[in-house]
Design a protein around this ligand. Sequence first.
Ligand SMILES: [Zn+2]
Length: 259
Amino acid sequence: MGGKEGLPLDPERFGCCLRRRIRKDLIRFEREESMIEYTLIRSKRRTMAIHIKKDITLEVRAPLKTPKAEIDRFVMSKRDWIEKHLAAIAQQADNRARFSIRYNDTLSLQGREYPIIAKEGKRAGFDDQCFFLPPALPPDEIKRVIIQVYRAVAKEILANKVNDYSKQMGVMPAAVKVNSAKTRWGSCSGKNIINFSWRLVMADDDVINYVVVHELAHIREHNHSERFWRVVASVLPDYERRRKKLKEFQRKLANEDWD
Ligand SMILES: [Zn+2]
């Protein structure tokens, strides 16, 4: 015995080689008499930060050696912010859980609202006046079919926009595809294949055009450098306003469950 093997294992000492250690800690907010649970992630960082995750859990990031009591005090000092944001996210989750689509509801396409109409003897589709579906489908089936219609319409809308803007910008994508991405509105691969989420066509043209121009600009600049933003601005000088609208749209859509 003796030597290194004799030393007790101190989990704290592994912090530096693991870089990320995850541990669940509980902190009680005395005044409110409520409990807030958070996941503590220690790493080689200089400051503490709090993140609220999509699953409504709290993550606290802290430097390797900050004492637990100091971290608790930090979390406590952010209590109002945490509670406000937790409530907003819980509300969003609640709205998503209640989300369903029925006949005669309206749905957004390019920022305009169109009703969902039952039509006997017809396949599902979109005719510039309404989304139409066979009658008497259960809600889950309505959603599944509506997503198919959206995807088909998105392909057409986005292909047309890419066609127009790529001429204007003097670029040529290798292909244009539509996928079901939940958080990525668009992407441009190294081979200049452009992907869009079908969900994008629920937004208005200000937003759709911005995402189209953004992805086409990546054919010129595969990065987000100043040069990239200059390419975007040369086509859409008001792109920053459009980016803000995209964020608003994203927040609104977070209340709907299209998965
Ligand atoms: Zn980009």
